[in-house]
Structure formats: structure tokens, C-alpha cells
Design a protein around this ligand. Structure first.
Ligand SMILES: CC(=O)[C@@H](O)[C@H](O)COP(=O)(O)O
Length: 262
């Protein structure tokens, strides 16, 4: 049975999504051919101005995820999302509302407002958010199809800085959790998947690698390994100072023996 997840009625088997902060054709090709991406984000402001458009290089069958990057308020995000739809980019939208220009952290409150309006207009809304349980619940209540909490600031390659809070969302929120931003290494993507994330969005880690196709492939393998590890149900971890055990101890216990017979 294939292990898939569904967003807005579309089924995805790939759990890697290419982000669009740094965008070029080599990266798009690597994401498709080596990372197996089935969804690629697109900054609408670029789709609107680039000549030739990056849109010409995304094959049919790949789901476009236009984002609202550049928006500083809910209203601006809504306007960008509507423009994306008019440009023929489909009904998916990644809501990004960012007022802070230093750390590029999302404005959770404006993101909730934009999500509510766009979900009401029939968009499949995937909001980029700072990982906060109350906000995630509000986003689900506002109609989000998934939530996209950051792992660390965008473009930082710093990994799972928000790990504790991501785990709370994974444990408590019923829509897919797509860990976005800051994932810098395949091992970090693997760890997020082992924690139970639904999928990973990454951009900078691959875009800034020395060998882009090789890093794209490494991400695919890491995400698949993490997912398999999660599904396999990782074994328990002993508390520090806990009693160590080995297969031999268990065997001796079963035999009712304290030590190996002479
Ligand atoms: C919010 C945003 O722009 C992200 O989608 C970004 O594209 C991915 O983050 P990284 O560049 O840190 O991987």
C-alpha cells in the first residue's frame, strides 16, 4: 500500500516540497528529478515579472504552491493569492505574512486573518507560521488544509531550533504538519520525519549546496528514512541512569537465570 497524504483533494506520495526563497532552474530540475518533489512553491511576484517565467519549466502534474511572499498584512496576502489564481496558478496558496525584516518571522495573527478569508474563498490554504499550539488551532479553525511551522529562521540552515514546539503541534494538531524553513541538513529532515511530521519544505539547504542534485537526492533519502523510522515505531529510550539491558539479559530473565550457566 502506498504511503500518501492528501491536501485539497490531491494525493501526494512525495514528502519533499521545494520552497522558493532561492529559485533557479537547476534547483527546480534537481527537486523534480532527484528529490522527487510533487509540489513546488512559487513566489507570485516572480511569476508575474520573470521573463521567461519559471512556470514554463514546471511540468504538468506538479502541484504549484503560490506563496504570498512580500505580504506584510492579511489584506496584502489575500490580494496576492487572488492574483495567483487569476494567473492560472490553481487554488493552492501558501500564506506568508512577514512584517519583521530582520529575522523574517511570520506574523501569526495576520496569518490567521488571511487564512480565514482565503479558505472562505475556496483556496487550499497552507499557512507558514511560528510554531505555537494556540495559533495552530486557530489556523485549523480558520480552514487551513495544513500548517507549516518553521524549524528555524528562513534561510538559516540552522535545523530544528523549534523542535519541542514542533513536536507539540505534531502531537496535537489533526491537519498535516509540514515543517518549513531552516532545515539545513538531510539528517534534520530525517529527524523531523521521525518525530511524525507529514512532510518537509526546504529550499536554502539544497540551493546553497556545492552539488545541488546530490543534495536533493540526499534529502529524498533522508525524508524517506525518517518516515519509515516513524512508521516502524522507534524503540524506547532509557532515562539517564536507567537499567541497561541487552538481548542476553532478556533471555536470562525468561529462563529465570541471573547469569549464564557454566
Ligand atoms: C517561508 C519560506 O520562504 C520558505 O518556504 C523557504 O523557501 C524555505 O525555507 P529555507 O530556505 O530555510 O529552506
Amino acid at each position: 500500500m502506498t504511503d500518501t497524504f492528501t491536501l485539497g483533494g490531491h494525493e501526494f506520495s512525495s514528502r519533499f516540497i521545494l520552497g522558493s526563497g532561492k529559485f533557479n532552474l537547476e534547483l527546480v530540475r534537481a527537486a523534480l528529478d532527484h528529490a522527487g518533489a510533487q509540489m513546488i512553491t512559487l513566489a507570485v511576484r516572480r511569476a508575474n515579472t520573470d521573463a521567461p517565467s519559471i512556470l514554463d519549466h514546471i511540468p504538468a502534474g506538479i502541484t504549484l504552491l503560490p506563496n504570498t511572499s512580500g505580504a506584510r498584512t492579511a489584506e496584502e496576502a489575500v490580494r496576492i493569492a487572488r492574483l495567483a489564481r487569476e494567473l492560472g496558478c490553481g487554488d493552492f496558496v501558501k500564506v506568508e505574512v512577514i512584517r519583521d525584516t530582520k529575522y523574517l518571522l511570520p506574523d501569526n495573527q495576520e496569518t490567521i486573518r488571511a487564512t480565514e478569508i482565503l479558505a472562505g474563498e475556496g483556496f487550499v490554504v497552507l499557512p507558514y507560521m511560528h510554531p505555537d499550539l494556540n495559533v495552530a488551532r486557530d489556523l485549523v479553525g480558520a480552514g487551513a488544509a495544513a500548517v507549516m511551522p518553521l524549524a528555524a529562521p528562513i534561510g538559516s540552515n540552522r535545523g530544528l531550533a523549534a523542535k519541542e514546539f514542533l513536536q507539540i503541534l505534531i502531537d496535537e494538531i489533526e491537519v498535516p504538519i509540514i515543517v518549513d524553513a531552516g532545515i539545513g541538513r538531510p539528517s534534520q529532515a530525517c529527524e523531523a520525519m521521525e518525530m511524525g511530521a507529514t512532510a518537509i519544505m526546504a529550499n536554502t539547504a539544497i540551493a546553497t549546496a556545492s552539488d545541488i542534485p546530490a543534495m536533493a537526492r540526499a534529502f529524498r533519502l533522508a525524508i524517506e528514512a525518517g518516515r519509515e523510522g516513524y512508521l516502524a515505531g522507534p524503540g524506547r529510550v532509557l532515562e539517564r541512569g536507567g537499567e541497561a539491558s541487552s538481548p542476553l539479559t532478556a533471555f536470562l530473565d525468561e529462563m529465570g537465570l541471573d547469569e549464564v550457566p557454566a
